[in-house]
Ligand binder design. Structure first.
Ligand SMILES: C[S@@+](CC[C@H](N)C(=O)[O-])C[C@H]1O[C@@H](n2cnc3c(N)ncnc32)[C@H](O)[C@@H]1O
Length: 358
């Protein structure tokens, strides 16, 4: 016999479900605010009406009025009254300050490209085969760049690298280093800029990401960095790199163990491999209880991370919360690394960091 329906629980479930629809639509509005430069126009500008915002942005007043009202209703803008809307100082950091580590609006940039693959996913559920990152087009690669670049630009060189034993001294003296799964190359270029005597190599399998990486390199006028298509120009089979990084990509890889073995072959015996990957727990139950962003992470996983990790035959399919510390340690040991340290001193809401050495 089925259980009797509790009307209050039913109401709560309806509210919860529509809350997610609301979140999706507000996310779309954040995308528009970022894309159209509205948050940047509001930042530091004090209370604005739709008319004044239309004047500064050259956009249509009626559309802006509706968007502003929605943003105030969502609590993203303050509403002092009388048709005026204001972006607080904190809101400006999160929504308008592109290179601040707390900037979040860039993470919405890839949303249309990410959601555009939804109609291909029912087929993936039937066949088990996922989509590689290139399925999201150039916009998808740019979206990922905008999610991760604030950390690379503000914290990678000044905060993170000095925590690793002897790495900065080596990079300053001039060595070869590699960033595997480098996306559009922001980390590669930040390291290349900071350490002009070193040469930094980025390895990727996404054509869109590689194209944008090369464009970023040329725009920045950086000569000591280069990008390799890892499918045709893989990591060298002999120890060449003093420093290797993998940023938020091992859990996306179809065969991370092969890539890790490749890193071991390509790294010198006194080299360092620095991993950033999603702070995952060993069990689903722990992820549920201890990770306040678990639902978001599982959403990303189905849309992109697990999908990418299942995009090749026999893919490992780890997904967003699939590479917990124990597994990272195990894969590193199996590939011949002997030292593995979690960098507890590096705090991040989403990522854990590991210093791994042969
Ligand atoms: C979430 S993105 C992270 C990109 C970049 N590290 C960043 O932080 O912006 C994961 C990247 O891993 C790349 N990737 C997946 N499998 C790979 C492999 N076997 N070798 C190199 N890159 C790979 C994907 O194409 C994608 O660009």
């Amino acid at each position: 016999m089925s259980e009797p329906i509790d009307p209050e629980k039913l109401q709560a479930k309806i509210r919860q479900t529509f809350g997610y629809l609301e979140g999706a639509l507000v996310s779309g509005m954040i995308y528009l605010g970022d894309e159209l430069g509205l948050y940047r126009a509001l930042a530091g500008a004090g209370p604005q009406t739709s008319t004044s915002l239309a004047e500064t942005t050259g956009l249509d007043e009626r559309w802006l009025r509706e968007w502003l009202r929605g943003q105030a209703a969502a609590g993203l803008l303050d509403y002092p009254g009388e048709g005026q809307f204001e972006l607080s100082a904190e809101g400006a950091i999160v929504l308008a300050e592109e290179n601040h580590p707390a900037f979040a609006a860039g993470g919405f940039g890839g949303l249309p490209a990410q959601l555009a693959v939804l109609d291909r996913l029912p087929e993936a559920f039937r066949t088990g085969r996922g989509l590689p990152y290139d399925a999201f087009g150039e916009e998808g690669s740019r979206g990922i760049e905008r999610s991760f670049a604030p950390w690379f630009r503000s914290l990678l060189v000044p905060l993170a690298l000095p925590k690793l034993d002897g790495v900065v001294a080596k990079l300053e003296s001039g060595v070869e280093a590699a960033d595997v799964g480098c996306g559009t190359g922001v980390a590669v270029l930040e390291m290349a800029k900071a350490f002009p005597h070193s040469r930094i190599h980025g390895y990727e399998i996404s054509e869109h990401a590689l194209k944008l990486a090369e464009r970023n390199r040329q725009d920045a006028g950086i000569e000591n960095a280069e990008f390799h298509d890892a499918r045709t120009d893989p990591l060298p089979d002999t120890p060449r790199f003093d420093f290797v990084t993998t940023f938020d990509c091992l859990h996306d890889m179809a065969h991370p163990q092969r890539v890790i073995q490749g890193i071991r072959r390509a790294i010198r015996d006194d080299g360092t491999w620095f991993i950033a990957d999603i702070k995952a727990k060993e069990t689903f139950e722990e992820n549920m209880e201890e990770n306040p962003m678990a639902a978001l992470m599982y959403g990303f996983s189905v849309l992109s991370c697990m999908s990418s990790a299942l995009s090749e035959p026999d893919g490992m399919g780890l997904g967003t919360l699939g590479l917990h510390e124990g597994l990272a340690r195990q894969l590193a040991e199996e590939a011949g690394f002997t030292r593995f340290r979690r960098c507890e001193e590096l705090e991040h809401p989403m990522n854990a960091y590991y210093e791994v050495r042969p």
